[in-house]
Write a protein that binds this ligand. Sequence first.
Ligand code: XMP
Length: 525
Amino acid sequence: MDIIDHDRLLIIDFGSQVTQLIARRLRELNVYCEIHPYQNVTDAKLAEIAPKAVILSGGPDTVTREGSPRAPDSLWTLGVPVLGICYGQQTMMVQLGGEVHGGKISGGGGTAEFGRAYVTPSEDRIDMLAGWFLEEKEQVWMSHGDHVAKLAPGFEVYGTSPNAPYAITADLERNFYAVQFHPEVHHTPNGATFFENFVKLAGFKGDWTMGAYKDIAIEKIREQVGDKQVICALSGGVDSSVAAALLHEAIGDQLTCVFVDHGLLRLNEADEVVGMFRDHMNLKVIHADETELFLGELEGQSDPETKRKIIGKLFIDVFQKYANEIEGAEFLAQGTLYPDVIESVSFSGGPSVTIKSHHNVGGLPEKMGLKLVEPLRELFKDEVRALGRELGLPASFIGRHPFPGPGLAIRCPGEITREKLEILRQADAVYIDQIRKHGLYDEIWQAFVAILPVRTVGVMGDGRTYDFACALRAVTSVDGMTADYYPYSHEFLGETATRIINEVPGINRVTYDITSKPPGTIEWE
Ligand code: XMP
């Protein structure tokens, strides 16, 4: 049975790093699309998919190489609109009778073009460019070595850039459009309008929703998993929570979640997460309380990387121990998002420097002989949140700030003790309460307290105190890769410092961290 009863747009993927961004732009326009690698799109497959429009992505190859990827020949007689982007434009031209010359990369000596460029329009303004060229020039993003040297019959030029005389081309008769630049990336600011025009002329209604996406995702999980058992490491973070809720809706009791409690969680966090999933949503959740094991192994350790490595290794050991007890588990579910997928592909192919050893269960599936289910692989963070809302997760849960896998360990520079963790939990709870009370929570990307490994002298009442100092952190960010400190008012900072010192025994000094990233990192370790 075909699970999709909806107009679909087919994206033929030629291996670009940013093909998923095309899909994202289309989802934003409420258009249903499927990405298929070019190798799989045979003439028969194309007929089976029966798309209402087709987009050909960019790609790393050069059409001047013999045997390089091509679109299926029947595409040109299907009678639907086609948009070719970068490599997609070039294969369109050579397949339809034009010419492409090699640039620097493929040895042809022509003009390569990478980065920002400005396209100017031709005299004729076509519907596809509605909303474009309101200014004289339109900023676009180029990334190409080869270039079109002769247009295929039927095509005309509708926009040029200094290094791409065929930046925007079209055969209006057949509804074929071919562009050299990448309308899908952020650096083509008006790219969304470009896609909007394309789907409009293809006749899409724009009625595809996250609810519909959810139904398809559920069907796909059922197809992949069959009647097998699945295990999932639930951290309480948005990604693993949404993945677990989605899997549960798809396969019910075939899913078992393991919540590894390393004793480095925030105040009441374990109870809240386990309570919500087990009691409220009826998931099978194993609460692996391994506080003693983790804190025992961390005793006396103060080096940040050593602490991270200990936690990472124990996490995997513990997860494996509990997972081994789940009979017949064949799949491991992970809340991998699309940015994790692209970031894990090294563009240069070279090794990148490790700033911090990140905490995940990578490598585990092979070791345990498990297959992976990654139902969020196509989505971006904000889309995962939208899916979470569809699945009925509470808004307060979905909007939570990110929390790192190693937990409070990396907010406790130096040696970790139970006393320090307890103080930290209390201070963090007061701080977050302050932020919520002042209505700032959603403006801030991430906020937390770090307890500093120094005691300072203070005076309270008539007595001397000698307690810990702490640092408040709050940053704005889009993706955690770069960040700036949040500009609180002095009143807010003063009130918060007073509350923490009054309400949390063990702290007598509060500082505010105003370091951006870079040069700092968000966490203290
Ligand atoms: P940094 O400190 O590197 O953090 O600027 C960037 C973002 O990543 C989070 N973070 C982690 N998340 N495992 C995680 O799941 C980790 O090991 C880890 N270390 C840092 C951090 O909280 C921030 O959101």
